[in-house]
Design a protein around this ligand. Structure first.
Ligand code: AMP
Length: 577
């Protein structure tokens, strides 16, 4: 058996190690987690701490804890830890050594070689410093590869032909965007841009600012809080930020945060996603500008791009995914865990160097989008059946996502929740796969919030729950085979579409009649949905034609069915457009 070469993503915030097992990258768990915080420190007794334990002591003992050393790589500087000076290479070497030992423990084998990833913009000095760190950790660095290249390999290792890929990488403290071209065995970075001091930590800082203002306004507290209270706010802010990637509201509760006039101060605050998005919008603007600068640098335009890959934990933020899609017109890919994508790609590269067959990372994804409908803007007008996607296609499963909806009139007692699969902005053009009524809502003014949650598991079972926020009243539905059901319906619809194109000569009379019946029923269903929203002057025609079609159907009168069906179809087309 040939020697194992490990892949290492030596990150600013976190680092990861991966190896190929059974043809697939496997991230090695270290201290129970696949992410090792890139933090090194010395404990009270002088013992070396690496990872989570070092991170935990950072707030209390910054003088003997070092984080974000990657920012200093290649600089001729020393950093102080517990009164002694160390080079950035030495600190990085401690992280690498910890990763190496963890992999050796896990695989029960000695490791001596590694592929390490670095940002595309790293200079020769920074790359050399990374090699030296490897050497200090007793690792022969067989190759240094660019992080966007690794990400592209994780997604596209087995792709043939040319691909032009935008890799958008937003981590805790750094942002990089690169344009990568893959062709056969060659992967080249055509252009890159970024900001070494922009990331998810800035998002946390905005939330912390908001919390401090709240404490000032509501509790009259001085904004300069003592460090332990600030450390708690930072942790709470990050947790709220992470929650808001999946749910529309985050509750922040920090009891006994401080004392004021001898009395404890409890922080209790709800943050909603919209408000949070307002806080970080300007950061997202900045990243989009960088995307265009990178494209320009590569001498390309948006239309040259085949896909967008998201890397770095902060890209789980829905606002980022939405804005990128709106700006570039391509749905970004997220299915390979954005925290682990670079490590997985480095293991793929390591495996290629060791002479093994490789494949891109395989993940279970939903092949379809699932969502519901609501009154919302569609093509500049309020439309009651606007499709609101909750789980987008190609999302890794299992997944749970929630959105907030609100009642439209005072005292609204019930809401009809309809669940669709499909990609059309008009929910009526998608496939309805279930519905339920949430009744007995509180007698409150319009705008009462209903949070709807979609959970899709690996078996294709979709759970949908709607919950009235003010009362907790809840209703749910379980849809079996949510994904395959769509396949069957799609297949039937596709058959019908093809059938309509084929010459009817020789067509089995029964099949022809059945097809017309199916079409007529679909028309009637669609007409019924439109009745509530059709303008008064068209409603009468809609009702009449629906009745005529129904009568023709029950009488089995194919001619009348065709006549009424044709007219109804024209009217629906007119009302729909
Ligand atoms: P990385 O440097 O790639 O490990 O990214 C770390 C950053 O991603 C930190 O700022 C995290 O708080 C942030 N992050 C992790 N998970 C999420 C999430 N679900 N939504 C938003 N940000 C996240």
């Amino acid at each position: 058996m040939s020697e194992i070469i490990i892949g290492i993503d030596l990150g600013t915030t976190n680092s990861e190690a991966a190896v190929i097992r059974d043809g697939q990258p496997r991230i090695i768990e270290i201290d129970g987690s696949r992410l090792l915080p890139s933090v090194v420190g010395l404990a009270d007794d002088g013992a070396l701490l690496v990872g989570q334990s070092a991170r935990n002591q950072y707030a209390l003992h910054p003088e003997r804890t070092i984080r974000s050393i990657k920012r200093r790589m290649g600089e001729d500087v020393k950093v102080k830890m517990g009164g002694k000076d160390y080079t950035p290479q030495e600190i990085s070497a401690l992280i690498l050594r910890y990763l190496k030992k963890a992999v050796e423990g896990e695989l029960n084998e000695e490791i001596s070689k590694a592929v390490i990833t670095v940002p595309a913009y790293f200079s020769d000095a920074q790359r050399q410093a990374t090699r030296d760190a490897g050497k200090l950790a007793d690792l022969e660095v067989v190759r240094i590869i660019n992080e966007p290249t690794a990400a592209a390999l994780a997604y596209e290792a087995d792709h043939t032909g040319q691909r032009t890929i935008l890799v958008y990488d937003l981590g805790g403290g750094t942002f990089d965007v690169s344009v990568v071209r893959m062709e056969q065995d060659v992967t080249e970075v055509l252009g890159s841009h970024g900001n070494n001091h922009l990331g998810g930590d800035d998002f946390d800082a905005r939330i912390v600012e908001h919390l401090v203002n709240h404490l000032k306004d509501v509790h009259g507290l001085d904004p300069s809080l003592p460090p332990p209270a600030m450390a708690r706010l930072e942790r709470a802010a990050e947790a709220a930020k992470i929650a808001l990637s999946d749910v529309p509201y985050a509750q922040i509760e920090e009891e006994y945060l401080l004392e004021r006039d001898g009395k404890p101060v409890h922080l209790s605050l709800e943050l909603d996603r919209l408000e949070y998005e307002g806080m970080i919008d300007s950061f997202v603007d900045e990243t989009l500008e960088a995307v265009h600068t990178a494209l320009q640098g590569a001498g390309l335009t948006v239309s040259d791009l085949d896909e967008i890959l998201l890397v770095g934990g902060a890209t789980r933020t829905p606002l980022i995914q939405r804005r990128l899609e709106a700006d570039l017109g391509i749905q970004p890919r997220t299915e390979v865990d954005p925290d682990l994508c670079v490590a997985a790609g480095s293991a793929i590269q390591a495996s290629v160097i060791a002479g093994h067959q490789v494949a891109s990372v395989l993940v279970d994804v939903t092949p379809y989008t699932f969502g519901t409908s609501a009154i919302a803007d569609l093509n500049g007008e309020a439309y009651p059946y606007t499709f609101i996607p909750l789980i987008r296609k190609n999302t890794a499963i299992p997944v749970t996502k929630s959105e907030a909806f609100s009642t439209t009139y005072d005292g609204q007692e019930a809401i009809d929740v309809t669940i669709y699969q499909g990609e059309d902005q008009d929910a009526l053009n998608n496939t309805e796969i279930g519905s339920f009524l949430i009744e007995g809502l509180s007698d409150v003014p319009a705008g009462s919030v209903i949070v709807t949650t979609f959970s899709l598991d690996l078996n294709g079972i979709l759970h949908v729950t709607s919950r009235e926020k003010c009362s907790g009243l809840e209703k749910h539905i379980r849809i079996e085979n949510a994904t395959t059901r769509f396949e069957q319906q799609e297949m039937a619809a596709a058959r019908e579409r093809i059938g309509a194109l084929l010459p009817s000569h020789g067509e089995d009379a029964d099949t022809g009649a059945q097809r017309k019946n199916v079409q007529s029923l679909a028309l009637i269903e669609k007409a019924e949905r439109l009745m509530d929203i059709a303008p008064a002057e068209d409603k009468e025609d809609l009702v009449d034609l629906t009745e005529q079609l129904r009568d023709a159907l029950s009488a089995g009168d194919i001619g009348a069915q065709q006549q009424a069906g044709g007219e109804l179809s024209d009217l629906i087309f007119y009302l729909d457009s």
